[in-house]
Design a protein around this ligand. Sequence first.
Ligand SMILES: [Zn+2]
Length: 396
Amino acid sequence: MPSAAELMRKVKEQVRQVDPTEVHDAVENGNGNRPVLIDVREQTEFEDGHIPGAASVPRGFLESRIEGSVPDRSQPVVLYCASGNRSAYAARTLSEELGYEDVRSMTGGITLWKDRGFDVEVPRALTTEQRSRYSRHLLLPEIGIEGQLKLLDAKVLLLGAGGLGSPTALYLAAAGVGTLGIVDDDEVDVSNLQRQVIHTTDRVGDSKVDSAEVSVHAINPGVEVVKYETRLDASNIMEIIEGYDVIVDGVDNFPTRYLLNDATVRLQIPVVSASILGFDGQISVFKPYDGPCYRCLYPTPPPAELAPSCGANGVLGVLPGTMGLLQATEVVKLVVSTGEPLIGRLLLYDALATSFTELKVRRDPDCPICSRDPGDISAEEMGVFPDYEAFCAAAG
Ligand SMILES: [Zn+2]
């Protein structure tokens, strides 16, 4: 049996090695052929400081995760660890077993890199509590620490703490969205409790934003809740929505939907929009200039007598849960930038039939709002949205 030292020497003879200075030059002055840098140390070592731009693929996960970071086997790859030993073993695996064509192990590892005076990036870390709380996210390569930090930095605005807003807020809070704005001027009524699960029987009569804040903090005290106990209208919309990364639209009336659409196109904020009636729900993501806006789909509101949002309607209590959680899922995807959001797609859900139908929806080149540049939708125009209030009043 060869000793560990002999084995190491043999492996190092088998793999190509590269000096840190050469790696530094290749990365700094890299043209099209700059190598992909892979840090094969443990995740915790990576988090204590790594070479800028390097991806973390711990040696124990090399076989299962390398394709995520380096899908093209002909791409030049430089592996490094602390001192150059683990990366030598990993380099042998990549070239001999996984078919990577241009693999090198950096001699002396990040220790020699630092000795040469090259930069090291120390990423923001999660606290021990956060690491534990979000551990099931951290295990997903699509989210991981980077995605969790994006969620923690995210500001999401919920329009309404009602049927749709309730489940959305609860799950976004649990997922670690750092700031949740909630707009609602209503109070908790006993008739809400059949579906608005963020509220409780003992909080009937309390303001919905206060009640929602209590539930959010009970799940996750780390979430900052910004309460807007008001109705969204032309006079306050720009001030309220500015600075949010994503807006969750659960509003139940057309005037606010149109107002919201125009303002979000102007500010280029994506909106995850859902609506429910009876046993039916629908959801889409309106990401300004990436896909259609609400007006592209519905240039004008339906006739007042057909507008279901103007009065009280029946709704299956579970339905807003289903639709709200689809909204929460879209929010997480948008924040983390993963998956395929529902942009340009309208998803219809029929709870009685248990069936989903997907419709393609397109931008209208003549759309009164999103066919123009956001800068052309003037500030004055924001204040003079058509007065749709009259339209609901007409419905009686
Ligand atoms: Zn449009």
